[in-house]
Write a protein that binds this ligand. Structure first.
Ligand code: FE
Length: 140
């Protein structure tokens, strides 16, 4: 599902082609026992589902884009919720016409490469539901 090398507190991770990136990254964090950390990376994808939270309704609006795109930036954090790895990922992706779309990343299918740097904070950070925003915020 992925290959990696360890550099101190950091891992360089290359996800295998045609994998779903969020699932592969969650599997990696589970394997390495990362319960607090950060991730950034680049890659190429052929499908992505973004999520938008409407603050007025506190409802999620999800949209899937099925086209070849470059991940110009993937940035996120790693925490835990109900004993499981919880990823909070945002992505900006460029299209064939060089315009960009982006948002909160639910899932993305790799088509090319996906090269990530994962940092392990060697601790754990949980999540707590915040009724005001409708979000599971960091429980610090
Ligand atoms: Fe988000």
């Amino acid at each position: 599902m992925y290959k990696y090398r360890t550099f101190g507190d950091r891992y360089v991770v290359s996800i295998d082609n045609h994998r779903e990136i969020a699932a592969a990254l969650a599997a990696f964090c589970t394997e390495k026992g990362i319960r607090a950390g950060a991730v950034h990376g680049i890659g190429a994808i052929c499908e992505a589902t973004f999520r938008f939270l409407d603050p007025a309704t506190k409802k999620y609006v999800d949209k899937t884009f099925s086209e070849q795109m470059e991940i110009t930036n993937l940035t996120g954090n790693i925490s835990e919720k109900e004993g499981k790895v919880y990823l909070h990922l945002h992505v900006t992706a460029s299209r064939r016409d060089y315009s960009c779309i982006g948002g909160h990343l639910l899932s993305a299918v790799l088509n090319g490469a996906c090269e990530l740097v994962v940092e392990d904070f060697h601790g754990s950070i949980g999540r707590r539901f915040d009724p005001e925003t409708g979000l599971y915020l960091y429980d610090l």
